[in-house]
Design a protein around this ligand. Structure first.
Ligand SMILES: [Zn+2]
Ligand SMILES: [Zn+2]
Length: 239
């Protein structure tokens, strides 16, 4: 019954909000096969701690503390108009499928330039989306990072688990100064093992957009303080 209901809803959504490609505006999908090939990959890799370039997205030796992530991957630039348009539209017009499309494309792109990502499955990595505060998730109806994580997991053959909860309804990072961003994110997450089960040792944190990396740093610190050994971060786009 639920399936028939959601099938009906999907048909209605297609009638009132027909899918069209954000690139060429042809109908049928949010990003057609041709336009997928036209989205430029992020040209550089960055250290997530100091936000400066570093090969392979590794955290600089000088930046690597016990609670910091080891590596950071971002597939695209948020300054690519097509990408930011899709992300904003998906979030504010409530279309989770856009994050499935972007998650799949991001994982495929990152695999082309970083074939070692295939080994994450053998190393027992588990995908963990950056959580939304429960109020915001209720409002949006989905967590875009979670939708992207499932799509990335399908490509990288990794399971997705919600290992974190957001205990602070933080302000949008975009409008804050560097020091405000840091204090805004401090203590934003909790890792309640009693609620979520034993923590995996190796975790791939997923977010839709990363700006200064403060969200990743705060989430990673929470996971490592709870016992995670290695944390790698991945975002669809870097601002
Ligand atoms: Zn197109
Ligand atoms: Zn650094």
């Amino acid at each position: 019954m639920a399936n028939i209901f959601s099938f009906g809803l999907n048909i209605l959504a297609d009638i009132f909000y027909p899918k069209y490609c954000f690139g060429c505006k042809r109908s049928g999908s949010y990003l057609c096969k041709f336009c997928c090939t036209q989205v430029p990959s992020l040209a550089q890799s960055f250290c997530v701690v100091c936000n400066q370039p570093n090969a392979g997205g590794h955290t600089h030796t000088a930046c690597l503390t016990e609670l910091a992530p080891e590596q950071f991957f971002a597939a695209f630039s948020y300054h690519t108009e097509l990408l930011s348009e899709m992300i904003i539209y998906g979030k504010y017009f409530f279309i989770p499928e856009i994050f499935t499309v972007l998650g799949k494309l991001a994982a495929q792109r990152l695999l082309e330039t970083n074939p070692q990502l295939r080994h994450l499955a053998a190393d027992g990595f588990v995908l963990c989306p950056i959580p939304l505060h429960s109020q915001r998730k209720k409002w949006r109806g989905f967590n875009q990072a979670e939708v992207a994580a499932v799509a990335i997991g399908n490509i990288l053959k990794l399971p997705t688990r919600n290992l974190l909860v957001r205990c602070k309804n933080t302000k949008t990072q975009k409008d804050l100064s560097a020091s405000q961003r840091k204090s805004n994110m401090a203590g934003a997450f909790a890792c309640p093992e009693a609620l979520l089960g034993p923590l995996p040792e190796n975790i791939l944190l997923i977010d839709d957009v990363s700006t200064t990396g403060q969200t990743f740093l705060s989430a990673c610190a929470t996971l490592k303080a709870a016992g995670a050994k290695k944390v790698v971060c991945m975002s669809l786009a870097k601002d």
